[in-house]
Design a binder for this molecule. Structure first.
Ligand code: HPA
Length: 282
């Protein structure tokens, strides 16, 4: 018996995307320009959207069932800052047990629905000790330290090339416009490299030291899979992190998740203001 190389899920990815698209298109002819994925504690921006149509993740074909942690997942289609947006309220994380194909499925669907830009926010640890808690950092590049990649497996050529390049996963054009927006709305905006881990445990002192030596400024448990899939499908990406804790290996304190969420919540309005001003220019 020849060895079976791939365990093929039925129906295949293209069929699953098509079925989900058909479900959405039967209910609305809305075409988003921009996808917004809002990070932990950063979901308030969704409330500012002038809603056209809202879907629960659990009603959308082939969207993974949401867990307690990714609770109340909602896809909001509507208008924000004069742009047509698709806001993902609640995101899927690998540490919850989803495959990376599942984590990134919504990005694939929304790209096929017409989106050209992905804006992604997250709460991240500050490896760069120059950052303060609550500071907003624009992601200029990333390091995939998840030990896994959402593009592993048969490639669907209709979606993107087998070997996508990663020379500019975060768009210089969007970064320039966001820099301008930050000056206009007077939000301090730093820049940095995001290192993605699977979690769910936090890092050891030795790991934080290593990450700093590797050139990482931020560490977090999301974003990298969605950005890789965005690069595969030719989306322009803007990534923004809120620094929720400082990762100083010489003065490491036990992680306090309530504190992390509180810091993200406090920075939320500043981030919302920035995203609003930025996407108006996109
Ligand atoms: N490590 C990983 N993920 C995180 C952290 C961290 O220190 N802070 C917020 N998300």
């Amino acid at each position: 018996m020849p060895m079976k190389l791939f365990c093929k899920k039925e129906p295949n990815i293209m069929d699953r995307i098509e079925k989900c698209l058909a479900y959405i298109r039967q209910r609305t002819d809305f075409k988003p320009e921009i996808i917004l994925i809002l990070g932990t504690g950063l979901g308030n921006l969704a409330k500012r959207v002038k809603e056209e149509k809202v879907f629960l993740y659990n009603d959308l074909p082939y969207f993974p069932e949401t867990t307690v942690e990714s609770h109340s997942g909602k896809l909001i289609l509507g208008e924000l800052a004069g742009k047509k947006v698709a806001v993902m309220e609640g995101r899927y994380h690998y540490y919850e047990g989803y495959s990376l194909e599942e984590v990134t499925f919504p990005v694939r669907v929304l790209r096929q629905l017409g989106a050209k830009i992905l804006v992604v926010s997250n709460a991240a640890g500050g490896i760069n000790l120059g950052y303060r808690k609550g500071e907003i950092v624009m992601i200029t590049d990333h390091i995939n330290f998840m030990g896994i990649n959402p593009l592993v497996g048969p490639n669907e050529d209709k979606l993107g090339t087998r070997f996508p390049d990663m020379c500019e996963p975060y768009s210089n054009r969007l970064m320039d416009l966001t820099g301008q927006a930050a000056r206009e709305v007077q939000v301090l905006l730093s820049r940095g490299v995001y290192l993605g881990v699977t979690g769910p445990c936090l890092e050891t002192r030795a790991e934080y030291r290593m990450m700093r030596n590797w050139g990482a400024d931020l560490v977090g448990m999301s974003t990298v899979p969605e950005v890789i899939v965005a690069a595969h499908m030719g989306l322009e990406v803007l990534g923004l992190s809120v620094v929720t804790d400082t990762c100083n290996p010489d003065r490491l304190e036990p992680c306090n998740i309530e504190e992390i969420i509180k810091t993200a919540n406090e920075a939320g309005p500043k981030l919302d203001k920035l995203i609003n001003a930025a996407i108006a220019k996109f």
